[in-house]
Design a protein around this ligand. Structure first.
Ligand SMILES: [Zn+2]
Length: 333
């Protein structure tokens, strides 16, 4: 398998108290940026593709081949996981696995627990035969991602006892419990449930994924890693940055019609100054908390303080926190 199974990557992250970023693919440029940034930073990376994005991007096989060929072209040596994000059917998981994806997420969070377990178990059985990893979800993460909308009335936090049963009965490698993060852009402040993360991590014994990583402040990210998060999904931030760069190019040159110059806008010197590399942020945030996240049942006091200094690079523009691979120093060359 060209792509690394996600479980090994996340186990290492958990043991060493950092999180691996999952960045979602929205086109060729994104794949180029993610791979080159990961290589420059000597960091593992998870490239996610939502089920809804597969068709527009040309299908499972094209996506897997595209990423694989780019890895060859750029001589990528860091571990890369290719992950199907938020799949709702066993059929799409199998198609992804057959195409070479090394990890799939089956999202049965809208189903009653027993049905979610039954569906997930079938996906785990299919994935294990190929040495691939499976992520499951419990509770409902609110917000909007690629056309799937969960409003706050439907959203609900995961229940630790159910998470334990779900993981034990399905054998998933990673769990995305609903713990207060939101897909898309926040309308208010994130309301992450750190105690719940600790409980779920302890009850399940598997690495946890934090969806909706866009817009979560550094302090909260570090606390989340300490509380058991080993994977952080980022999609909106990169899309916002990419789109902003294109808007700016077209506004500056209204007559421009050549695609390549404005599609490359995120590579401009200004674009590169805008962001910081999320891969590095997640690693360093986690790295500070060497003692954190051990399953003590509570978040260590040092990390629970509001005054933790973050050993991360600061962005010259504060309005796009956390970005970024596309605009960041690891952008496409
Ligand atoms: Zn998600």
């Amino acid at each position: 398998m060209v792509f690394a199974p996600m479980n090994e990557m996340l186990d290492h992250a958990w043991k060493n108290r950092y999180a691996v970023g999952q960045f979602n693919l929205n086109g060729l440029e994104f794949a180029q940026a993610f791979l080159q940034a990961a290589q420059e930073e000597s960091s593992p990376v998870i490239i996610g593709v939502t089920d809804a994005a597969v068709g527009p991007l040309g299908g499972y096989r094209l996506i897997a081949s595209m990423v694989e060929l780019l890895m060859e072209e750029y001589r990528i040596t860091v571990p890369v996981t290719l992950h199907l994000d938020h799949s709702s059917s066993i059929e799409s998981c199998i198609r992804a696995l057959d195409a070479g994806f090394s990890s799939v997420m089956i999202d049965g969070s809208h189903l009653p627990l027993e049905q979610n377990i039954a569906l997930t178990k079938r996906v785990v059985d299919a994935a294990k035969g190929k040495g691939a990893s499976v992520e499951g979800e419990l509770g409902r993460i609110t917000g909007e991602e690629d056309g799937t909308v969960v409003d706050s009335a439907e959203g609900m936090f995961a229940v630790p006892g159910e998470c334990r049963q779900y993981v034990r009965e399905t054998g998933v490698d990673c769990l995305a419990p609903a713990i207060g993060s939101v897909h898309g852009l926040y309308r208010g402040e994130p309301d992450l449930q750190f105690d719940l993360m600790v409980q779920v991590r302890e009850q399940t014994g598997v690495p946890l994924a934090l969806h909706g990583g866009t817009g979560i402040p550094d302090q909260e990210i570090r606390k989340a890693i300490a509380a058991g998060i080993s994977k952080i999904n980022v999609n909106t931030e990169n899309q916002v940055t990419f789109t902003a760069a294109i808007r700016k190019s077209l506004a500056e040159k209204p007559d421009l019609y050549h695609l390549r110059p404005y599609m490359a806008g995120h590579r401009s010197a200004e674009g590169q100054r805008q962001g910081k590399d999320a891969l590095v942020r997640f690693r360093r945030r986690g790295g500070r908390g060497q003692e954190a996240g051990k399953t003590t049942g509570r978040i260590p006091a040092a990390l629970n303080s509001e005054k933790v200094e973050l050993p991360v690079r600061t962005s010259e523009r504060g309005d796009l926190p956390g970005n970024v691979l596309l605009a960041g120093r690891g952008g496409v060359k």
